[in-house]
Structures are given as C-alpha cells and as structure tokens.
Design a protein around this ligand. Structure first.
Ligand SMILES: *Cc1c(COP(=O)(O)O)cnc(C)c1O
Length: 393
C-alpha cells in the first residue's frame, strides 16, 4: 500500500532490519475478553500467555464493581490527583492496599511502567546511584535513565555480584529488583538483598508485579513469602494489570517517602488519575484476593504449576527454576521460538514467542503462563500439544 506521506529512510531501514531478524512485532485482536478460551479471526484458541494469573480480568464480581463505581463516581478522574482528581475510590483503594501490605502509605499510579519511572526518577539522581538486577523489567531501567542516575547492573539474582556494585559506589542509593522476574518466573533472593541493602545503607525497592495476589499468605506477594516487612522493603511497587485483573499500579512506602514522591515523582504529578471506575473494580479485586475464593484460586494455580512441571520434565527441553505461574521454555534462536509457537497455534494453543530485545539474545522463548482460570483439561491439552511439537522437532 502506498503511504499517504513519505516514510523517512531511517525508519524503513529499522523496520527492514527487524523483519530480516524475524523480530517484527504486531498486535493480534482478541474477539473475546481475556479468558482462557479466546477467539482470534473467528477461530478458537486456548491461551497460555496472559498475565491474568488468578482469572480476575473477566470476573463477574469485578465487572459489577466497576459498573457500580462508574455509576457512583463516574468514568473519568478528570484531573491529576493533586489538582482535583483524587476521588473517594482512590483514597479507599490506597488505604486498603496499605492495610493489606502493612505499609504507612500507598500512592496510586496509572500504570506499572509509570510507577517505576516515577519512583526511580524521584529517588535516584546524579548523586544517588541505582543498582539493579540484569533481568529487571524495562521500566526500572528506564526510570534510572530518566533520573540521569549512575546505573549499574548485577548478574541475575546474584547477591555477591550486587554487593560488588554497592562496594564500588561512592554514595548510597537505590537497590532495585523485580520480586518475580517477568520473563523467567524465578523469585529474587529478597531476604539476602534486604540484608545487603541494610548493611550498606541503601534503599531496597522491589517491583512485585507478578508476585502480588499470587504468592504468600493472603496473596501479599514475594516479599511476604520471604518473611520481609515494610521496614526491610521501604519501597514496594505493585501493578493491577496482572493478578488483580484490572489496570494501574501503586507504590507502598512510608509517610515521608509518600510525601516526597507526591512532590517529586513527575509521572505521579503530571498525569490524570486512574479512572475511579477502575479504582472501584480494583478494590473489589483486592477483597477477592484476600478472601477464601482468592485462596482457592492460588491453590488451583499451584496445582496447575505442579502438573505442568511434572509433564514437561519428561520432554527434551529445560524447565527454568520457576515456582510461579510464569513457566518459560527457552528455545534459543528466534526462528525456533516462532516455529514452535506456530506449531502450537495449529493445535489450537496460543502462546506468543518472546524474542529479543524483550529477552537477552539467543534466549527466545515460549513464555507459558498459567492461570487459575484454566481447567485441568486445558493443562492436559497444552502438555499433550507440547509433547507432540517438542518431540517432533
Ligand atoms: C508488567 C510489569 C510492569 C508494568 O506494569 P504495567 O501496569 O503493565 O505498566 C512493571 N514491572 C514489571 C516487573 C512488570 O512485569
């Protein structure tokens, strides 16, 4: 198709390079809600690649809570939190999250990406370095760049390597890690990192996007699972787009940190508050996560993980050391990952191949994610298909 205006040469070159390397990405449209049995172009698939770990994205109670909150508080926040966009569902959600996690204060953000940009850009700076795990989510890396802070990365989940980075720094700063690593599914050595941060007088920040809701007592996440409390993890970021099944994010911290972030975290200050309807839905989601139903969902997820790992352990691939809903199968080169993904698709299974630069070079993978919304027969279908596809390579 002839473009309506001229495409610059540099753009054509960048697109062509992505195509040549099999790295071109595009969206596919789901004709159904985010549920295990989806439809794409009229065709049914069983999906194993969403982050809806507890199956709440389309839960009737949460849909209803959103409708009620919209009816009572409207759809739009209408302004930033600091001007006049902080409505009662926002306040109620902040307080409920602080209670749940045992922190003095919580601040809401529109997305997890923005929460990390906001927190890191405010807490780090030219004199306050950031030390991060090599496999941290892109938003933590970008936060350090926005802060113009010295950024040093340590070997994945390697506390000795982190210590070397702290030792080499002239001043103390922020030690930041994912709680559960988004592309590998393993859990950071949080107790050791918190002891390390305390020893060097650094501030530990944990982004628990994939742990909150799923891990620990009452779904309090990877820090709770590690037995850590607020004083050991002064800055805890969580997101609502994963296990909560809604959208948005938060930081849990102390009064002083929250006051400071309220002044200086630009992605908090200069943006419209999250929709009050979403805040109401997220409150319902939090209640569900803490309820018996939440516990049952976490237990079902654990059963699915155990079944999956048991079945795949017999196949000619290496399982990663993951106890979480994220169960990647690393295939190496991009071509293999695309081929296996396509073969699964032909068997009615959707699992998008994850390629560089989202993951390191030569570690393209199927990032299989399991959900409490899956049934055991969904799992059987997946494992049978993997067996066929992976033993016929
Ligand atoms: C998904 C994710 C984010 C971003 O959260 P959004 O709300 O989707 O912007 C941040 N950190 C980690 C570790 C994530 O996996």
């Amino acid at each position: 198709m002839k473009p309506v205006f001229k495409t610059p040469e540099w753009m054509l070159a960048a697109l062509e390079a992505r195509r040549q390397q099999d790295l071109m990405r595009h969206t596919v449209t789901l004709q159904s809600p985010q549920v295990p049995h989806i439809h794409i172009k009229g065709q049914p698939f069983t999906a194993f690649c969403s982050n809806d770990y507890l199956g709440l994205a389309n839960h009737p109670l949460i849909v209803k809570a959103m409708q009620e909150s919209a009816a009572q508080h409207g759809v739009g926040g209408g302004s930033s939190h600091l001007v006049c966009g902080h409505l009662s569902p926002h306040q109620a959600l902040e307080e409920a999250l602080a209670d749940w996690l045992g922190y003095e204060r919580v601040l809401l953000f529109s997305t997890g990406y923005m929460a990390n940009l906001g927190v890191i850009s405010a807490l780090a700076g030219k004199q306050r370095p950031v030390v991060q795990d090599k496999l941290n989510h892109a938003s933590l890396i970008d936060g350090a760049m926005l802060a113009q802070a010295p950024l040093r990365r340590y070997l994945h989940a390697d506390v000795a390597s982190a210590e070397k980075r702290l030792m080499k720094s002239d001043s103390s700063g922020l030690l930041a890690t994912d709680g559960v690593f988004s592309m590998d599914g393993d859990i950071a050595p949080l107790a050791a990192l918190s002891a390390l941060a305390a020893r060097y007088d650094w501030t530990l920040m944990v982004d628990d996007a994939h742990g909150l809701g799923c891990l620990g007592a009452l779904g309090r996440g990877s820090t709770a699972l590690a037995g850590l409390e607020a004083q050991q993890v002064p800055v805890l970021v969580g997101t609502f787009g994963k296990a909560f099944g809604t959208a948005g994010a938060f930081v849990a911290t102390s009064h002083d940190y929250a006051d400071y972030l309220t002044q200086f975290a630009r992605p908090y200050v200069y943006t419209t508050s999250m929709s009050p309807a979403i805040a109401g839905a997220t409150l319902a989601s939090l209640a569900l996560i803490q309820s018996n139903e939440g516990q049952e969902r976490r237990e079902r997820l654990i059963q699915h993980i155990a079944y999956f790992r048991q079945r795949v352990s017999g196949l000619p691939v290496t399982l990663m050391a993951s106890e979480t809903a994220i169960q990647p199968i690393v295939l190496g080169d991009t071509h293999s990952a695309l081929r296996v993904s396509a073969a699964l698709k032909a068997l009615g299974i959707l699992c998008t191949a994850i390629r560089p630069p989202t993951v390191p070079a030569d570690s393209a993978r199927l990032r299989i994610t399991l959900s409490a919304a899956h049934s055991l027969s969904d799992l059987v279908l997946l494992c049978d298909a993997l067996e066929r596809v992976l033993t016929q390579r």
